[in-house]
Design a protein around this ligand. Structure first.
Ligand code: FAD
Length: 442
């Protein structure tokens, strides 16, 4: 049994309050940091045993929204460590054809925020997790949530190992496959878009001189008949801070895919199975087969693009299905609430899912702090959090889905029109800046 940890500072009615957070990913850990900073008792229950149990992706773009949330939730020392261990230089956004002809280039200056807190950042997922885990007092690994039960004002979470924990509020931060959501909102489901993605890392210490320099300046995007390619560098300057930005917590046997110190270029190729020539489920394919699919899909593309497949480290190849979710109607607010992918999984085509999860964490922290201070009734505070979250997060879900369709589902005429528009906008700096500002805000 896991003994609940209670502080005397957070009161809901007459009961000392304690928040149970299921899932120690980006959203759950950020919430725990924020609650701890606000003096609110909480505990995180994470099913994994170590940071290297599951590939969490390679890098993650942190937008002004995400940076602001991290700044509010983290203690200053940790925010500073986060900012200093992010990838160097954010670079611009470059749109190319499969022949590497430039359609549009958005300069870094047009996207960047001068503000040192809310600027755009490129974070290693492992480093971000190290930052978010650092100093969290009640973080329990190996605790796979199974189900909850409610009893009056209390919520009890049960775990696969037979243990349980009791609290006043239960937060589902357990990602896209959320078991909490399946019990709490059984009608809400994630939706498989049918699109699959293959990704890999190229280590720059081994291959820098063979890579087209254009790929090292920010993100590069290629969209052509049913297939999209995303390329982005993650350059470390090699200065971990108190193990943050090092390989601490990553077992040696985890391999290159979890290496957190060598600069790399990552690429992700996505498309519908027919466009990729996939005849078997992607889960059944090993890295050689996945690379073969990538190479065949990119046959006929410009050499700087094709060579990305040859240069990658085969042990870093991964593949996954792209999922999204459907807009959820508001439910009667209870002491169980949700943040991040647990409620609004979205496609990665806008690169904003983590940032929305961070925003949820910050807003929920504010709601619980208001309840703690007696400025708001708990259920009212949670309701306000949920109403706002359902609004902005499902706009993000819909925009991310639209971006996926725009990347993959244009016919020959649509592709021609969109390429022409990109080329026109590229020659109209004020329009391009406006577009960049909107992209940057997201
Ligand atoms: C390829 C790709 C690229 C992306 N790029 C970006 C990007 O650049 N920018 C961006 O903002 N977003 C990006 N995203 C989206 C982003 O990764 C997610 O939106 C984000 O991780 C959601 O955070 P979360 O905390 O809700 O869930 P997660 O980070 O998935 O965390 C959920 C946690 O819950 C744990 N868990 C699950 N089930 C249980 C259980 N039963 N019991 C206990 N613990 C459990 C998991 O182990 C995990 O640690 C990308 C996504 C993909 C797939």
């Amino acid at each position: 049994m896991t003994a609940p940890y209670r502080s005397q500072s957070f009161t809901i009615g007459a009961t000392p309050g304690h928040v149970l957070i299921i899932g120690g990913g980006i959203g759950g850990l950020c919430l725990a940091q924020g609650l701890q900073k606000a003096g609110i008792s909480c505990a995180v229950y994470e099913r994994e045993h170590s940071v290297a149990d599951r590939l969490q992706g390679y890098r993650v773009h942190i937008s002004p929204t995400g940076s602001r949330a991290l700044h509010e939730c983290l203690p200053p020392r940790l925010f500073d460590a986060f900012a200093r261990t992010c990838g160097t230089g954010i670079g611009g956004a470059h749109f190319y054809t499969e022949r590497m002809s430039t359609l549009m280039t958005v300069d870094a200056g047009d996207i960047a925020h001068a503000d040192p807190i809310t600027c755009h950042r490129s974070a290693s997922r492992i480093t971000l997790r190290q930052v978010l885990m650092s100093g969290v007092e009640n973080l329990h690994f190996g605790k796979a949530f199974m189900r909850y039960e409610t009893d009056g004002g209390r919520v009890v979470a049960h775990f696969e190992d037979g243990s349980w924990a009791e609290g006043d509020v239960l937060v589902a931060a357990d990602g896209g496959g959320s078991r909490v959501r399946r019990q709490f909102l059984p009608e809400v489901e994630r939706v498989d878009t049918g699109v699959v993605a293959i990704g890999a890392k190229i280590f720059l210490d081994e291959a820098r001189e063979k890579i087209d320099l254009r790929f090292l300046d920010g993100i590069s995007l290629v969209a052509t008949r049913g297939v999209g390619l995303f390329v982005a560098p993650q350059e470390f300057d090699g200065r971990p801070i108190d193990d943050i930005g090092a390989n601490a917590g990553v077992p040696a046997e985890a391999g290159n895919i979890f290496d957190n110190t060598r600069s790399y270029l990552m690429w992700g190729l996505s498309g519908r199975p027919a466009s990729l020539g996939l005849v078997r489920p992607v889960e059944e394919l090993d890295s050689a087969a996945l690379l073969d699919i990538a190479a065949r899909t990119m046959r006929g593309w410009a050499p700087p693009l094709r060579i990305l497949v040859d240069l990658c480290d085969p042990t870093t190849v991964s593949a996954f299905r792209i999922r999204t979710s459907r807009r959820v109607a508001a439910w009667p607010t209870q002491r169980i609430t949700l943040i991040g992918d647990a409620i609004h999984a979205m496609t990665p085509y806008r690169g904003i899912g983590a940032n929305v999860a961070l925003k949820d964490a910050m807003r929920l922290m504010h709601a619980l702090t208001a309840a703690q201070r007696g400025e708001s009734d708990l259920i009212e505070a949670l309701h306000e959090y949920e109403a706002g979250m359902l609004n902005y997060s499902f706009r993000a879900v819909e925009n991310s889905l639209k971006a996926m369709h725009q990347t993959l589902d244009r016919g020959p005429l649509g592709l021609l029109v969109s390429r022409t528009l990109f080329r026109i906008v590229d020659r109209l700096p004020p329009v391009k800046r406006l577009m960049a500002m909107r992209m940057g805000e997201e």
